[in-house]
Ligand binder design. Structure first.
Ligand code: FAD
Length: 516
């Protein structure tokens, strides 16, 4: 029988869902409970290689206060309704705003959007989940605060709570966002409100300055998990440096990746270069500055190396394009610049491009903006490379060693090309690790290409795992698969914690492969 809902939560009848919806309406207000196809559309758009129907929410509820979030979990427990939480809901390429399993309701926290405080002396912030990086940027600019934000590339429209809960990264020296997080408020499945770190101490003033508190440190277990709903998050902001000096180094050959990593790792570990060094491949660069595949080639399949060479020539791109920046006083920057330029000179390859030389050209401009906390949406150009709206991030981690990067690059390119897709990727140097981020781009309007992308993604996961690599984050269609890469003991511990904290399994069951 056809339901009046777009989907129903697993094991919940339509009558029972009707009763739950009435309770949500009474607790939140009728306009905060959405069920029609039109209202749900923004929450159903996924870019993954599986049918939309698998991630169709049954309803969306919005909350404006912690008490309303508590009311939502109470009703969810009563009716056994699974709830998927989003903050700004821009998790593109990882599942967007849609839930991990069909029929879950989405709890959208974008209306909880207060910047609770920014302390310009201690350089800390405390915000609600709906606060976007653009809102923070505007606040800092309007109040002329000497502070710098760090954010993911969709900056303007995304936000610190959602990005940090998914352990996302940015491009300034504060780019490892979970490292810079300090203090969380979390609504647990039983409605209790937990404050992590110093937040539980009566009269405390150190919640946003000392992360560890006393006893076990709990913040990490709420990220990439389904143990609680974050309603406030503190984090650190970087003081705006007197001098910001972005630069690019272009390398001509794909084989240079080994030497690039060996050359830059010591500078990064020693904090001579204090931000995440990005090593972007040709097609990433080309797509973000507007090149489409169809400008060069109309035959389907992997783009031949001869076309890559032509694009490099036409657009003055390297095979690898390295972006980094120096931050500090004029004296500090001058010394570090000397160290960097001498290192590159010694290597005998790599052309340095400075801000003065690049002027306003892309992609240098948007990279420099990301490295200095200025929001922009330039990276969405990636979606025009093939068109058709298919995108899944494949993000394996490795040691920051040239030989490892060389090996990962060759393996990824081989598998992508075998499935008729392109290597559109970059390496992001953490401190000692590499986030190797590859956008598996495909035409989702073609059923055949979508199936190829699906096979490709599975093969990437399988073949990388055979070599001892696993991804640090993945879209909702593959979370169960990736959880297996991390071994049975971890899974069993996660399940025990889930059963203890959420016995009815109402919070995002299936997230990161965790169920009761
Ligand atoms: C072109 C492009 C470039 C990108 N570049 C980057 C990049 O540089 N770095 C990067 O990290 N990502 C990147 N992304 C991926 C993604 O878009 C960003 O990470 C974005 O910041 C995530 O969306 P959000 O901040 O709106 O978080 P949300 O979508 O709100 O949340 C992300 C996830 O966290 C969980 N969550 C959210 N809020 C809560 C809460 N209150 N309580 C409990 N759990 C919660 C949910 O599982 C949710 O799905 C990119 C995407 C695109 C399309």
């Amino acid at each position: 029988m056809k339901s009046k809902y777009q989907a129903l939560p697993k094991g919940v009848s339509e009558n029972r869902f009707d009763a739950a919806i009435k309770k949500f309406q009474a607790a939140l207000g009728a306009d905060q409970v959405l069920t029609s196809a039109d209202h749900l559309r923004p929450y159903t758009k996924v870019m993954m290689s599986v049918p939309d129907a698998r991630h169709q929410p049954s309803a969306v509820v919005t909350a404006t206060s912690v008490e309303q979030v508590q009311a939502v979990v109470k009703i969810c427990n009563e009716y056994k309704i699974p709830v998927w939480t989003i903050s700004t809901g821009r998790n593109f390429g990882y599942g967007s705003a849609a839930p991990v399993e069909r029929g879950q309701i989405v709890l959208d926290l974008k209306k909880m959007n207060k910047i609770i405080h920014i302390d310009p002396e201690l350089c800390t912030a405390l915000v609600e989940p709906g606060v976007t990086y653009q809102m923070l940027y505007d606040y800092i600019e309007e109040n002329k605060l000497p502070l710098m934000l760090s954010f993911s590339a969709p900056s303007a429209i995304a936000g610190p709570v959602g990005n940090t809960m998914d352990r996302g990264v940015g491009y300034t020296p504060y780019g490892e966002h979970f490292l810079m997080q300090c203090g969380m408020e979390v609504v647990l499945a039983n409605g209790d409100v937990l404050r992590t770190g110093m937040g539980g101490v009566k009269g405390d003033k150190a919640w946003q300055v000392f992360k560890w508190g006393y006893g076990p440190t709990l913040d990490g277990m709420f990220t990439q998990s389904n143990y609680g709903i974050c309603t406030k998050m503190g984090f650190w902001l970087m003081p705006k440096p007197p001098v910001f000096k972005p630069f690019e180094i272009k390398f001509d050959n794909e084989a240079d990746i080994n030497e690039i990593v060996e050359m830059l790792r010591p500078l990064r570990i020693a904090n001579i270069i204090p931000n995440a060094v990005v090593i972007a491949g040709t097609l990433w660069e080309a797509a973000t500055c507007g090149v489409r595949r169809s400008d060069y080639i109309t035959e389907p399949g992997a783009t031949p190396d001869s076309v890559l060479a032509q694009i490099r020539k036409d657009k003055h791109l390297g095979a690898w394009n390295v972006y980094c920046a120096l931050y500090g006083s004029p004296e500090q920057v001058e010394v570090n610049w000397k160290i960097v330029t001498e290192t590159i000179k010694r290597a005998g390859k790599g052309r340095i491009v400075t801000q003065e030389e690049a002027g306003d050209t892309q992609p240098f401009k948007y990279r420099a903006q990301l490295m200095s906390g200025v929001p922009n949406l330039q990276e969405f150009g990636l979606y025009n490379w093939r068109g058709g709206g298919g995108s899944m991030w494949f993000a394996p981690v490795s040691q920051a060693r040239g030989s490892e990067c060389d090996k990962q690059y060759a393996l990824a390119k081989k598998i992508l090309n075998k499935h008729g897709l392109d290597y559109v990727g970059e390496f992001i140097v953490g401190w000692r690790d590499m986030h190797h981020v590859i956008d598996v781009l495909y035409d989702r309007s073609s059923e055949e290409e979508t199936q190829r992308a699906n096979a490709c993604f599975n093969e990437l996961l399988d073949e990388f795992e055979k070599e001892g690599y696993a991804v640090y984050r993945v879209n909702t269609a593959f979370q169960e698969r990736v959880a297996n890469s991390y071994g049975p003991v971890k899974r069993s511990v996660e399940r025990k914690i889930k059963r203890a904290l959420d016995p009815n399994g109402i919070l995002a069951p299936g997230k990161s492969g965790i169920n009761i």
